[in-house]
Structures are given as C-alpha cells and as structure tokens.
Design a protein around this ligand. Structure first.
Ligand SMILES: [Zn+2]
Length: 356
C-alpha cells in the first residue's frame, strides 16, 4: 500500500501518520506580544487529498472556530487518508478585537492574495496563501452572518464547476447558493489555483449557534467522506433531494424606525406576507415590510433599530416544488435538532447577498 508523503509547513516536517500544530509568525502586536497563524496538520498514513479548513477570516465570525475544534476531536481522523490542514482562527488580530476587520481597518477577505511587503491584511493574506493554501487540493472556509445578522446554514460556491457542485451537495447544508466570485476573497485566490472551494455561512457573528455548528461539523465530515479521506458509511443515509431555487434577494427597510420582526429564519413566506413592522419610536404610525414573492427566509437582521435602505431579510426564491422543499426542511430538522418549528429548505439559488 502506498504511503502518504511528508508535509513541510513553516519549515516543520509532518510525517505520514503524524499530527502537529505549527505556528507561523504574523505581525506582532504593538504590545510586544507575538502573534502566530496556528495550523493543525493531520497527515494520514495513506495518500489522498489535502483539505484546508479555515475559520474566522472575519475575526468576529466564530461558529467555524468551534466547528474546526469538533472536527479535530473526531475519532474518525485516525482513519484519515491524505492531509487535513485546519486553521481555527485566520484573522487572529480581528479575533482578539472581536472585530470582522484587522486593526488597519481592512477586510481580510478583500485582500487576497496579498503581498509580502503590503498592508497588515495583505501580509496575513500572503502568509495564508504562500505557506498553507499552496498545499491544499480542496478548501472549506467557515463564515457566519455579520454582526446582528443571522444566516440559515448555507453553502456559497461556484456551481458551474461540476466537482464543486457535487461537493456542495455532499455537504448537506439546507441552502446552496450559486455565488459569484468576489475580488480579493480567499475564494478567488483558491479559484485562481483551481482549488475547489466551499464557503459555509451559518449563524451570526460573535455568537455560537449549536444548530449551525452541528450542521457545519457534519458537513465537513461529509465532504471528507465524499473525497475518500474518511471511510464512507456502510449504510449511507438516504440521499437528500435538492430543490433548485431561482435566485435570492434582500428586502430593505422602506423607512427608518424600530422594527418588530414577524417571521423566523427558515420560514416560508408568500407574496405579501408581513415580514416586519417598522414604526416611529415616538409616534403611533407603523409601516409593514412585505415579502415581494413566495420565498424562504435564509438570512435576517436581529437588530430592531433600522435605517431606510438597510438590508433586513435575505429571501431565496424558487418557482416550484414547494412541497418537496417542505419535506426536505423536516429532514434537516430531524438530523440537526433545531429547537424551533420553523421550516427550513434544501435548495440551490443565485446569490446577491451582502457578504461572504
Ligand atoms: Zn464572513
């Protein structure tokens, strides 16, 4: 049986069958404290793909930190083929400041591939690409919604690539969005290197959401099985049917005020369904925010203080198969045990959302 190869990262060798945590130096803090990018390297005895898991590229998006912790704790890794590279906190400076951004105000996910002599964010980006991404054959980047915004677990990827589409389906997330590449994103950097890339978005910044963490952990394990990095189940679960949605859109605040939200994440709404009421905090009048079409709520703001034009509800649209969607929702609930009774669908759609 062929043996796996030795992986060398940051000058450290990880032999087949070895596990190591390697710290790669980043710019120190101005407190004279060192900062390092820590990558966990699990090098299987047998050859296979090299999967890179990244979390907290946006420093305040922390569900992925816990997802990676749980994946690394999985006993199944003893049977690993190939190599797992896991970076629980990419944006260490932002994580420390509980901020999406680096201390220089830059969004790391707009600074790839970065450069050795560039800005702070550019240097972090460069380090990730130059020292770690260069080893990867596949990548999963774990995100959440922004502050005060929560997302139903969803995969965003380029569905025009057949391998990526298969992986997106294998992940098992309730929502799959066909997302265009963003200039300067880690996803763009991976695409430039022909590395299949999934972006998982679930939950809210600065919050742990058990449902999103469980679904994400399972999703990563599913991908490792799909890539034959882990043994497939003897009796695989019934394959999930996926309903294809047409697109998604944000509903924005028609006026400023305080908002009472009337729907929950994952809810199925009809055209004209009241999503929220926005009222003047010192007056009696209120204005309804209506759903523009039959759709599923896949993201929403949790902050009830809104300005005109702010994005409030992210809705996924689909033209048919609504009953099928409802059934798939129930399956997802059974699997991941959400506490609510809202409906959550499996489907594919276009993405025009605010961030990833
Ligand atoms: Zn993010």
């Amino acid at each position: 049986m062929a043996a796996n190869h030795t992986v060398t990262i940051g000058g450290e060798q990880v032999l087949p069958g070895q596990t190591k945590s390697i710290d790669i130096p980043l710019a120190a803090m101005y407190t004279h404290t060192d900062v390092g990018l820590t990558v966990h390297v699990i090098n299987g005895k047998r050859p296979g793909p090299c999967l890179l898991l990244t979390a907290a590229v946006h420093g305040d998006e922390i569900n992925g930190v816990e997802i990676i912790r749980q994946v690394l704790g999985s006993k199944q890794l003893s049977k690993l083929r190939g190599t797992l590279l896991a970076i629980p906190v990419v944006n260490v400076h932002g994580f420390l400041n509980q901020s999406r951004y680096l201390p220089d105000g830059r969004d790391l996910n707009r600074c790839f591939p970065g450069s050795l002599k560039g800005s702070l964010a550019g240097r972090v980006a460069y380090t990730l690409i130059d020292k770690i991404l260069c080893h990867a054959t596949h990548c999963i980047d774990l995100h959440t919604g922004a502050r005060h915004r929560t997302n139903l677990p969803q995969i965003r990827t380029d569905l025009s690539q057949s391998e990526t589409q298969e992986l997106a389906l294998a992940f098992g997330s309730p929502v799959i969005l066909d997302a265009q590449l963003r200039e300067g994103s880690l996803r763009q950097a991976a695409a430039d290197r022909d590395i299949p890339f999934l972006l998982y978005e679930a939950g809210e910044a600065l919050r742990f959401d058990e449902f999103s963490i469980r679904a994400g952990t399972r999703g990563v394990i599913n991908i490792m099985r799909e890539l034959n990095m882990l043994p497939r189940k003897v009796r695989p679960a019934k394959p999930t049917t996926v309903t294809i949605a047409d697109d998604s859109r944000w509903v924005r605040a028609p006026n400023s005020g305080v908002m009472r939200t009337m729907v929950r994440l994952g809810a199925r709404v009809k055209k004209g369904t009241v999503l929220a009421y926005i009222s003047d905090p010192v007056g009696l009048g209120q204005k309804a925010v209506l759903a523009p079409a039959e759709s599923i709520v896949i993201g929403l703001t949790n902050l009830p203080l809104v300005h005109e034009g702010e994005a409030l509800f992210h809705l996924a649209n689909y033209s048919k198969k609504i009953h099928q969607v409802a059934n798939q929702v129930a399956t997802f609930h059974d699997t991941f045990g959400s506490s609510g009774d809202e409906e959550e669908p499996f489907f594919i759609g276009q993405d025009d959302s605010l961030e990833d």
